[in-house]
Design a protein around this ligand. Structure first.
Ligand code: BGC
Length: 707
């Protein structure tokens, strides 16, 4: 009897589903042949006034009724699901069930790969987990350009300090996320470049600087069909970002042609600014609500609703219900392995004298120094934080690689040797002084140091805390010819490295995510040849770019940040002032070497031969920079940067193998933003083309006639 009842219930359910599906298929908005915008418009036309207004505000946050960080009510009558937003830019943040998702490498780490495929894999990997958690919007990627080295959120952003790098990489990240039936969200639009006083500071930026330096990553997002953007907490030119008609309506929606929707950052709405370009208040209805919106023209409300729905149609949310629940555990060994590969592809070898790396796997007496090797910090803080279930300590990865039983400092076991391969591993948390001479005890010291940062505040300085700079200096002074000193640092951005001369090798992985242990060990021992490049400049000293309090009121708590430097921050500043940074933008070594041939320039196409001249397989990122000498362009006759990145590509080559790297420059690559015509104008003249291995290691030059 029970079986018969169950069977008939099941049959009824199937019939109901089929009827519902065929009904909805007859609806014009379910016609997949129409483009997403037309489908969105058709659906919007069926909505009541209340239903439309209901899409323009949301609810937070992580309650039983509204389980995601942001939620917009469903409209079951029209099969519109609840919009479910969750942080963040480096994976699904689940504070209720930490460890149920993967802690991915941060945006800055992924950017250090300088590789589009890596960003695609990163986006796909994260998007998959958002889908499996039932979400349909990922509040990421973060794409702001790193103007201020101490900005507490630099680790989240995939642009580093260069607009072109961000413009290219954001596209693959978004394609990856949106391939998983999840709408991406490019944030924080715009000039959210310091965390101190982020809710009140006015970022005062002229139009040309905005278009050339800060908008390009958002333009890349638009070109990749990003469904949504988030306006930021700060003001731009004294007007709050989320009610700034100039940046939202004129620049973003009209000039850049963004036809997705703008949601506010959490609590960043200050008025009912729908006509200024804000489409949705998050995560509340203080300004955008059923009553207030009645005062606004219907066409503005309709436009916002269409913008919101378009992205959901585009990625398939409206065609296939997502059955998943937020309570699911969505991380896995496979996901961890992808996170590991991304971290490996993004690890940067900053220094490597006398081939100190890679390390051999036999007869190695290694001392591993620093708590970071035992309890590593792998992510930054704030809404972008994802707490991993567990992080395999690099100390254990090293023991495993060397066939030595795992040391467990928590039980006081600090040293072990293998009985058959001559390897020994010793742990030192940094509190014990290094020996005066190390030749008898160890062949190598591997030091692990870290510093992190968080949303909501800027870093007080670019140093390492807790005595790490000191013990790194001390270990750097240990004598012994056969003794190598290798440093691994995990940082949220640029840091000072006053002890660098004492180290033979330096590796950097920014905020590397949960698979850091095995990833860095594979690099240390040459299982993976490092190929990451710096997405931002490492300075010699604090505030090397001499920003005044007026430019960066960060730690002074000022209310205005004036971008009087224009284009000249990061490597553009170092080039202009002929200052050699500690480590240059684009820098990153390999265990092999590469030679570059002569440049050939044919019209807009630049080619150069690249050969692996070393002994092992490896990858090089060929970088193309363009400069215009002392020519000046535009009504404002601005000084041009010495060079600007306009092309890059990573090539994997075996020893002796060559490839021709070819780049074709577009009009946009060779244009300036014309503040009179409000459009891009070609820089007609002679362009200096430089191709090389970093911004300060140019291997081949030529001149292009731009006409
Ligand atoms: C952050 C956003 C985040 C939002 C929701 C804000 O504080 O700036 O990046 O997506 O919170 O958690």
């Amino acid at each position: 009897m029970k079986t018969i009842i169950l069977l008939s219930v099941a049959v009824c359910l199937v019939i109901a589903t089929v009827i519902a599906e065929s009904n909805s298929k007859q609806q014009p908005w379910m016609n997949k042949k129409l483009d997403p915008k037309n489908r969105a418009r058709a659906l919007m036309n069926q909505m009541t006034a209340e239903e439309k207004k209901g899409m323009l505000y949301g609810y937070g946050c992580q309650s039983k009724e509204w389980p995601y960080v942001g939620n917009v009510a469903a409209i079951p009558r029209l099969n519109i699901p609840s919009l479910k937003y969750n942080d963040g830019p480096q994976g699904f943040r689940d504070d209720a069930i930490p460890g149920s998702t993967t802690a991915w490498p941060s945006g800055l780490t992924a950017a250090a790969s300088w590789q589009r495929e890596t960003l695609q894999a990163w986006g796909e990997g994260m998007g998959k987990e958002f889908y499996l958690k039932g979400a349909n919007v990922q509040l990421g990627p973060g794409v702001c350009v790193a103007r201020i080295p101490r900005n507490g959120r630099n680790f989240e952003y995939l642009s580093g300090e260069d607009p072109f790098l961000g413009y290219v990489l954001v596209q693959d990240a978004i394609n990856g996320i949106q391939s998983q039936q999840v709408v991406a969200n490019a944030k924080h639009y715009v000039n959210n470049n310091q965390e101190t006083n982020r809710g009140s500071v006015s970022e005062n930026v002229d139009e040309r600087t905005r278009f050339e330096m800060y908008y390009p990553p958002f333009v890349g997002a638009i070109e990749a069909n990003v469904g949504s953007m988030m306006c930021s907490y700060n003001k731009i030119n004294h007007v709050y970002s989320c009610e700034n008609n100039g940046t939202l309506m004129t620049d973003l929606k009209v000039r850049m042609g963004f036809d997705g929707y703008v949601m506010s950052d959490w609590g960043a709405t200050h008025s009912l600014s729908i006509e200024q370009g804000l489409d949705q208040e998050m995560p509340s209805n203080n300004f955008f609500n059923q009553t207030s919106l009645d005062s606004k023209p219907q066409h503005a409300i309709d436009d916002s609703v269409v913008r919101i729905l378009t992205g959901f149609f585009a990625v398939g949310v409206m065609d296939k219900p997502n059955p998943n629940q937020i309570s699911s555990n969505v991380t896995s060994i496979e996901q961890n392995d992808i996170a590991q590969k991304i971290s490996e592809n993004s690890t940067i070898l900053l220094k490597n004298v006398n081939e100190a790396l890679p390390l051999q796997k036999t007869n190695l007496k290694v001392v591993v120094v620093g708590a970071q090797s035992w309890q590593p910090v792998v992510h930054g803080g704030g809404s972008g934080q994802v707490v991993p279930a567990w992080v395999k300590p690099p100390l254990w990865s090293i023991c495993d690689m060397l066939g030595v039983d795992r040391i467990d400092p928590s039980t006081g076991t600090l040293s072990k040797c293998s009985s058959d391969n001559g390897n020994c591993v010793t742990y030192n948390d940094g509190s014990q002084n290094p020996p005066g001479t190390a030749s008898k005890d160890y062949n190598v010291a591997i030091l692990f140091i870290q510093t992190s940062s968080s949303e909501g505040s800027d870093r007080p300085n670019l140093s390492f805390a807790n005595g790490q700079d000191q013990y790194t200096t001390n270990w750097g002074q240990v004598k012994g010819n056969s003794f190598r000193k290798v440093l691994v640092m995990s940082t949220p951005g640029a840091v000072l490295t006053p002890w660098a001369d004492g180290m033979d090798s330096i590796l950097l992985n920014f905020m590397p995510g949960q698979a850091m242990g095995d990833a860095i060990t594979n690099v240390l021992f040459g299982e993976v040849n490092p190929s990451g490049k710096l997405p931002l400049t490492f300075p010699n000293k604090e505030n090397e770019q001499e920003m005044t309090v007026a430019q960066y009121p960060g730690l002074q708590n000022g209310e205005n940040a004036t971008y009087s430097e224009g284009f000249f921050f990061g490597y553009r500043w170092y080039d202009k002032h002929k200052v050699t940074p500690k480590f240059s933008f684009g820098h990153g070594l390999s265990y092999t070497t590469f030679s570059y041939g002569k440049l050939s320039i044919d019209g807009r196409t630049v080619s150069v031969d690249l050969t692996n001249t070393g002994k092992v397989d490896g990858a090089e990122v060929v970088q193309l920079y363009v400069g215009f000498g002392d020519q000046k362009f535009g009504p404002d006759q601005r000084e041009e940067p010495v060079k600007q990145l306009k092309g890059f590509e990573k090539y994997y080559l075996s020893p002796g193998e060559s490839i021709t790297a070819t780049f074709t420059l577009t009009d946009r690559d060779l244009s300036y933003w014309n503040v009179d015509s409000k459009s891009w104008s070609l820089k007609v003249g002679k362009a200096d083309i430089s191709v090389g291995s970093s911004s300060s290691d140019i291997r081949s030059n030529g001149v292009m006639n731009v006409q």
